[in-house]
Design a protein around this ligand. Sequence first.
Ligand SMILES: Cc1cc2nc3c(=O)[nH]c(=O)nc-3n(C[C@H](O)[C@H](O)[C@H](O)COP(=O)(O)O)c2cc1C
Length: 201
Amino acid sequence: MMARKGRDFLNELTIGFAVCGSFCTHAKAIAALEQVRAHWEHVIPIVSECTADTDTRFGSAHDLMREMERICDHRVISSIQAAEPIGPQKLLDLLIICPCTGNTLGKLAAGITDTSVTMAAKAHLRNDRPLLIAPSTNDGLAASAANIGTLLTRKQVYFVPFGQDDPEKKPTSLISDFSLVVPAAQAALEGRQLQPLLLRQ
Ligand SMILES: Cc1cc2nc3c(=O)[nH]c(=O)nc-3n(C[C@H](O)[C@H](O)[C@H](O)COP(=O)(O)O)c2cc1C
């Protein structure tokens, strides 16, 4: 643990930052990525295939990936094949999934590995290193609730504190506070869950 802190001080850790298809939160995810990059020099950007392939009213996939590459000064990983070396090469000290969709939460909980992001997570976890998840999903207190519960019990899995973003109009929606990504990442690197995990209104 001391070695990790020492390396962090020297800015030698490598952080993976993976973005899933919660398109309405991509602008906030980019702000979080800027904060992560301000803290750690080596940040590898990753996007799910859905994120890489989908233009929405919130922006184009090309622009998002170009921005991530500019911030990180590193090519985006966007395929299972490109994510696989994360395991054998022990590329990452920490993997952040921000935002993490209900879809990816379900796959992680079920052990399904059919996207770049789930491949990155599987490859990284095999090295017994921390995974930090920032959920953003309308079914967080419905279909995804069981998956979040499952992941809460997993070794090396941590969460960016989350809460209900609009309890009146979207009673089952959960979203992380993306401004807490850096402190949650620091805690995860030390083997701790940032508290409180549940945000108050
Ligand atoms: C405009 C738009 C916004 C979306 N927002 C969310 C969201 O906030 N959270 C979520 O879980 N899924 C959201 N989805 C659905 C996901 O994109 C979809 O489940 C996709 O399969 C996710 O793939 P991924 O988890 O591999 O990125 C949205 C889809 C669209 C088209």
